[in-house]
Design a protein around this ligand. Structure first.
Ligand code: NAD
Length: 522
């Protein structure tokens, strides 16, 4: 059971043959059909994706259900040994996984190797530690222990009440494409650490690293049926998984429109459901901030990972007296720092967006801003030798990668607060910047959204900082920072950004059922 073998991953993309992973075996989809898949930097076809359907989901859920009694009855220490082995194998294969992630998703190899892949390993180690050592108070303000005695006047003194957190059963884990492997591991680690078994349905747009993970799971000795990964579309594979009668719990990360469907389906069938959805994150930059720090962080916040980040700083409100200075500094910083191009080149800041369809969606918002009379600037680095041409709607032609889906770093000003460009999630390298006058107006603009995922506030006045941070309706608010991360803290959104909190102890809470045991002492 505790074997941790080395794993040999395919050497190159042409060798990747994506198959479903069900009951510890690699199997073709029952329909025999596959979806096309493209490298976004070149537009060339890469490993096709199984177009799985209900029959494949049935097989995977059956395998997960039959593995559940064995896995949930194993000790935390035994499960943790396997989780730590998964983490070690991810670390050992970081460079290869980062390269495949980049070729499938478009993000730079450097960012995948520095952020995505190491974080995957960290999640497995974190939850291995939780189920063996428990949670220290310093790691969280929420106390979650396996068994707590309660002192309650309503309970007779001869009776002891204790709570017990037990694994839920078979979980459905459904993930998006912007951090492909990271999103899978963020859910998978806590899910199986506490004893659930699962069926993972990764996004059909970036499935390669989830497939490679199956080889790591196998080498780490994950017993058959504990983790099943079924590839395919949301309609053909995702929906049957959410609806499956033997699935007790659904953890979904994706867009808000899909989240509403998944939430309605799962909720109507009384499943535990967690929805981590989109964002249109505001930042409020006051005139008394450290402007240089604010500008460099806002450039990163707008364009990191091609702007394909749910927490992207996509609405930046700047106090009027520093508005022009901020914009000048922002333009200068982008032109100095942001090179767009080959994601394998270490000098590239960001690569292509994920698909041709997504490029068309992003540029449709750019055209809308132009039609509405906003000022639209494409901040192309004059020293970026790879950029051959910028189209009227911001598409870039990159030398040697003419078939890729590249978009210029786009700055939009003079756009109305009510515009769809300001209100909807664009999920690309496009940022809207607008002025505000008073603190009250700033807060009102920041909160004028259907979303509530993340926000940041910039001022050197500590009292104002705390006052404003408290008034913003977001799951996470950063003060003089953006995306400083603590995995022991809860993550999730308000409104259309989601209904739940995961990460750290909050994941342990979500992935378990809470029971109360009333014991009568004789
Ligand atoms: P999406 O909603 O299109 O798809 C997400 C997943 O749901 C995919 O695996 C897809 O196949 C599946 N799916 C689609 N329809 C389904 C259905 N009817 N039933 C079940 N499953 C279905 O999202 P996307 O375009 O892949 O991802 C981008 C979105 O994800 C953005 O809105 C982004 O903000 C959001 N996101 C949120 C977070 C967060 O933690 N809040 C993190 C990353 C991404």
């Amino acid at each position: 059971m505790n074997k941790c073998c080395a794993v040999t991953l395919p050497a190159k993309m042409q060798d990747v043959n994506i198959q479903n992973y069900i009951n510890g075996e690699w199997v073709a989809p029952t329909s025999g059909a596959y979806l096309k898949n493209y490298n976004p930097a070149t537009g060339m076809e890469i490993a096709p994706i199984p177009d799985s359907k209900s029959a494949d989901i049935d097989n995977a859920v059956r395998a997960a259900k039959s593995a559940f009694p064995m896995w949930s009855n194993m000790s935390g220490v035994e499960r943790a040994t396997i989780l730590n082995c998964i983490a070690d194998l991810i670390d050992q294969n970081c460079a290869a996984l980062a390269t495949f992630e980049s070729q499938d998703q478009g993000k730079t190899v450097a960012s995948a190797a520095a952020i995505d892949i190491p974080k995957c390993a960290e999640y497995f180690r974190q939850f291995a530690k939780y189920v063996t050592e428990g949670i220290r108070e310093t790691e969280s303000s929420m106390k979650l222990v396996c068994t707590t005695s309660s002192i309650n006047k309503m309970v007779p003194s001869s009776q002891r009440a204790t709570t017990q957190h037990v694994a839920s059963g078979v979980a459905a884990l459904i993930t998006p494409w912007n951090f492909p492997l990271l999103m899978v591991c963020e859910k998978l680690a806590p899910c199986i650490a506490v004893g659930n078994t699962c069926v993972v349905k990764p996004t059909e747009l970036t499935s390669v690293t989830s497939y490679l993970l199956t080889h790591i799971l196998n080498a780490a000795g994950v017993p058959k049926g504990v983790v099943n990964i079924v590839f395919g579309s949301g309609v053909n594979a995702g929906e049957p998984l959410v609806k499956h009668r033997d699935v007790r719990l659904v953890s979904f990360t994706g867009g808000s429109v899909t989240g509403a469907k998944v939430g309605a389906l799962a909720g109507g069938l009384f499943k535990r459901v967690s929805l981590e959805l989109g964002g249109k994150c505001p930042s409020l930059v006051f005139s008394d901030c450290d402007l240089e720090h604010a500008i460099t962080t806002h450039v990163r916040g707008a364009y990191q990972n091609q702007g394909e980040v749910c927490l992207s700083a996509s609405r930046q409100y700047v106090q009027r007296d520093i508005y022009e200075k901020f914009l000048d500094g922002f333009r200068k910083q982008v032109c100095q720092e942001v090179c767009v191009g080959d994601p394998a080149n270490p000098k590239t800041f960001y690569g292509p967006v994920v698909t041709k369809q997504h490029m068309e969606k992003v540029t449709s918002y750019i055209r809308l801003a132009q039609e509405e009379g906003a000022k639209v600037e494409f901040l192309v680095n004059p020293n970026d030798p790879a950029v051959m041409n910028v189209s009227a709607d911001g598409r870039l032609t990159i030398e040697g990668l003419e078939g890729g889906y590249f978009i210029a770093p786009t700055l939009i000003t003079g756009i109305k607060q009510s515009s769809r460009v300001m209100q909807e999630e664009i999920f690309g390298p496009v940022v809207c910047v607008a002025p505000f006058d008073t603190e009250e107006e700033g807060v009102q603009l920041a909160n004028d959204t259907q979303y509530g995922l993340g926000a940041s506030v910039w001022t050197e006045d500590q009292k104002k900082l705390e006052r404003v941070m408290r008034q913003i309706n977001s799951g996470s608010v950063w003060g003089n920072n953006w995306l400083a991360w603590d995995d022991c803290m809860p993550f999730g959104g308000m409104g259309c950004s989601g209904t739940s909190r995961e990460h750290g102890p909050w994941s342990l809470e979500f992935y378990t059922e809470t029971k109360v045991l009333y014991t009568h002492t004789i």
